[in-house]
Design a protein around this ligand. Structure first.
Ligand code: PMP
Length: 364
């Protein structure tokens, strides 16, 4: 076997040549505030329940899992409310896989997907990997999305899929329901509202779930990676019209969601109250961080998520590196003068605040 074989020597798809794999650095640091994870591990009660649930399914792992993940979809529908049931909910290995299945079903050669930047950079990646064209439309300077700008872009480009992210990553900006409604009225194809951070919204920022009855081509995606603190378990899901679920059944791999994943997810749903009480603490910590950053002269985007985009730095790379040198990993993402920090535990945030003051004395 030739050791010098490189990826470009392979008969790789032309459009993948020269591309790099997507992903934040996974560094072993004392304070990891870079991937919007939940800093609170499962409680002992939850981890024991997970252990028991996994032990139960372990005895039957010679058989394929429930291909339709019916119990889990029904449990997730119960959690979401809004009169949803299993026929309107779909689950996969992380919301990234849910998004990929949507692209497989509704995108493809000759089709176009649209997003509003800055936003979640996996949307264009998944789009392109599924051989779908991508068009990006800028948000306003304050990272909000003016409905008239969105509608004008949609009217012009006639996208097959529109991605809205609310609360948005990396800015934390939530969209008004009226904006989503106007966009869904104007869009000729599917409208996907990525609500990965929905549970972290401030009071009065509603979910797009309530719009589902009015728009059969509207899809709301969610994840258990953030509020449910289950990033390692890989569970994402969506709510949509049952016809959309039928479409996804055409592209999903048979048995895509393992029996272990299904039972882990269903067990986490049973602990919703406990998990969401930690979300409340994270929201308070987020609001305190936004206040603190503003009081110390930073510019901060309003956040409805478990992270905060702040700046503005002439050389954000230097600030990033100074923080990293002190064991704090944040994310260089979004507009060039900004950094994104995930909300961690009170102790982590205290270290972050102190270190930021120390390093920006020189780097800002
Ligand atoms: N959507 C958004 C907006 C995200 O920020 C993320 C994770 N960073 C995801 C989807 C994917 O999350 P997961 O695949 O873990 O569900």
């Amino acid at each position: 076997m030739s050791e010098s074989l490189r990826v470009d020597d392979l008969p790789l798809r032309d459009d993948l040549r020269g591309r790099s794999p997507y992903g934040a650095p996974q560094l072993d640091v004392p304070v990891a505030l870079n991937t919007n994870e939940n800093p609170y591990p499962p409680s002992q009660r939850l981890s024991e329940a997970l252990g028991r649930a996994v032990a139960d399914v372990a005895a039957g792992l010679n058989r394929y899992p429930d291909r339709d993940a019916t119990r889990l979809r029904s449990d997730l529908a119960g959690y979401l409310g809004h009169g949803l049931d299993a026929s309107r909910v779909w689950a996969a290995n992380g919301s990234n896989e849910v998004l990929q299945q949507l692209l497989q079903a509704f995108g493809g050669p000759g089709r176009l997907a649209m997003g509003f930047d800055p936003s979640y950079s996996m949307h264009p990646v998944i789009t392109r990997v599924s051989n779908t064209e991508w068009v990006s439309v800028p948000r306003a300077d304050d990272f909000t999305l003016r409905p008239e700008d969105a509608v004008a872009a949609i009217t012009r480009h006639q996208p097959d899929i529109v991605f809205l992210t609310s609360p948005n990553n990396p800015t934390g900006t939530a969209l008004a329901l009226e904006t989503i409604d106007e966009i869904a009225r104007a869009a000729p194809g599917m409208v996907v509202v990525d609500e990965a951070y929905a549970e972290f919204r401030r009071e009065g920022a509603p979910s797009a779930l309530s719009l589902l009855p009015h728009h059969p081509r509207l899809v709301v995606t969610r994840t258990m990676s953030k509020a449910f603190a289950m990033a390692g378990a890989r569970i994402g899901y969506l709510a949509a019209h049952p016809a959309v679920i039928d479409a996804l059944q055409l592209v999903r791999l048979p048995y895509h969601l393992s029996a272990v994943t299904q039972v882990v997810a269903a067990t986490a749903v049973e602990f919703t109250d406990e998990l969401l009480s930690a979300v409340k603490q994270l929201r308070d910590e987020r609001d305190a961080l936004v206040d603190w950053l503003r009081r110390h002269g930073f510019t901060v985007a309003d956040s409805d998520a478990n992270f905060v985009l702040f700046g503005e730095f002439d050389d954000r790379g230097a600030v990033f590196q100074h923080l990293l040198d002190q064991g704090i990993l944040v994310r260089e993402v979004g507009p060039p003068q900004w950094l994104r920090v995930t909300v961690g535990t009170p102790a982590e945030m205290s270290t972050f605040r102190q270190t930021l003051l120390d390093v920006t004395g020189t780097a800002r």
